[in-house]
Design a protein around this ligand. Structure first.
Ligand SMILES: [Zn+2]
Length: 278
C-alpha cells in the first residue's frame, strides 16, 4: 500500500535527483565539462570517500565548490560535525532492480532465463562539504598520478596508427574491421589523436560501435579527447562547441531526457578514460 506521505516523499526525491542532474546539464550548456572532468578524473586525495564515487557524482561535488564531501554519519565517524545550519547538496545513487528475461540461445535454440540488474531510477544522497564541518584535524593522502603513455596504449591494443592525407575531408579516423583496427591521422594535432584513440577505447566499452558519425559516439570521443588534452596534452586546444546541442538531439531521438543523455555520456566518458589511463 502506498500512503499519501510516501508518495510525496518519492516526488520530493525525484525533484532532488532532477535538480542534481541539472548541475551536469548546466556544465554541458556552459561548455565547462572537459575542464571539470579533467579535475574530477584524478581526485585530489587517495583516502576520501569521493575517490571511489562515479565521475558524475564527483562532477556534482566540484560544481558545489568542494573537494571533499561526505554523508552526515561519515563525518561523525572521523569525529567531525556538520556545522549548525549547514546546507547539504545531493549526489545520486542508482536504484537497481533484478529482472529476469527470457532469451533464445542462438546455438541451442532453447529459451534461457537470465537475471539482469537494471537501473530503474536514481536516489538522492545528501552530503556535506568539508568546509561545512568542524572537529578533528583531517589527514589527507595525496594521489599519485600515473605516467601516461598513450601511444603505448594503441600498441597494447594492437591498433595500427598511420598518417594519411584525407584531402581536407577529415582530420582522422578510427576503423574496425573484424579484429583489425586502424587509426589514420591527417594532422599532428594531439586532440585528433586522442579523439580517435577514444573511439577505440569506446569500442571496448560498448562492444559494437555504430558505423559512421553517430552523434552520441562523437560526443563521447570528443569529450574524452578534450579531457585527455587537458590531462596529458602539450598543445593548447579550443573548447567543445556544440556538445549540448548534440546531446539534446541524441536524447530527443532516443526519447530520453537531456539529463539522462548527459549522464550516460559522462558514464561512458568515465569508462573510456579509465581504459586509456589505466
Ligand atoms: Zn569521431
Amino acid at each position: 500500500m502506498t500512503t499519501k506521505s510516501a508518495m510525496s516523499r518519492a516526488q520530493i526525491q525525484q525533484q532532488k535527483v532532477k535538480s542534481t542532474l541539472n548541475t551536469i546539464v548546466n556544465l554541458f550548456k556552459n561548455g565547462d565539462v572537459p575542464k571539470a572532468i579533467s579535475i574530477a578524473v584524478f581526485p585530489p586525495y587517495a583516502n576520501i570517500p569521493s575517490t571511489s564515487w562515479s565521475l558524475a557524482n564527483r562532477l556534482i561535488m566540484i560544481s558545489n565548490d568542494t573537494n571533499d564531501s561526505r554523508g552526515f554519519r561519515q563525518w561523525q565517524k572521523i569525529r567531525r560535525k556538520v556545522k549548525k545550519g549547514a546546507k547539504c547538496f545531493y549526489i545520486i545513487s542508482p536504484k537497481m532492480v533484478k529482472k529476469t528475461i527470457d532469451k533464445v540461445n542462438k546455438t541451442t535454440g532453447e529459451t534461457e532465463t537470465i537475471e539482469k540488474k537494471i537501473i530503474v531510477g536514481y536516489i538522492p544522497v545528501p552530503v556535506f562539504a568539508v568546509e561545512n564541518t568542524d572537529g578533528e584535524k583531517l589527514e589527507y593522502e595525496p594521489i599519485e598520478l600515473p605516467k601516461l603513455p598513450l601511444f603505448d596504449k594503441a600498441k597494447e591494443w594492437g591498433i595500427s596508427v598511420c598518417g594519411v592525407n584525407f584531402m581536407g575531408l577529415y582530420y582522422g579516423s578510427y576503423e574496425q574491421r573484424g579484429s583489425r583496427e586502424t587509426i589514420r591521422l591527417a594532422t599532428p594535432s594531439e586532440k585528433t589523436w586522442f579523439h580517435e584513440l577514444s573511439h577505440a577505447a569506446h569500442s571496448r566499452v560498448v562492444k559494437n560501435l555504430k558505423r559512421g558519425q553517430d552523434p552520441y559516439q562523437e560526443i563521447v570521443a570528443e569529450l574524452s579527447a578534450q579531457v585527455l588534452a587537458q590531462l596529458v596534452g602539450t598543445q593548447v586546444e579550443s573548447s567543445l562547441g556544440n556538445s549540448y546541442k548534440y546531446i539534446k538531439h541524441y536524447a530527443d531521438e532516443m526519447n530520453q531526457t537531456v539529463e539522462r543523455g548527459c549522464l550516460s555520456v559522462i558514464s561512458d566518458v568515465e569508462k573510456v578514460l579509465n581504459l586509456i589511463l589505466q
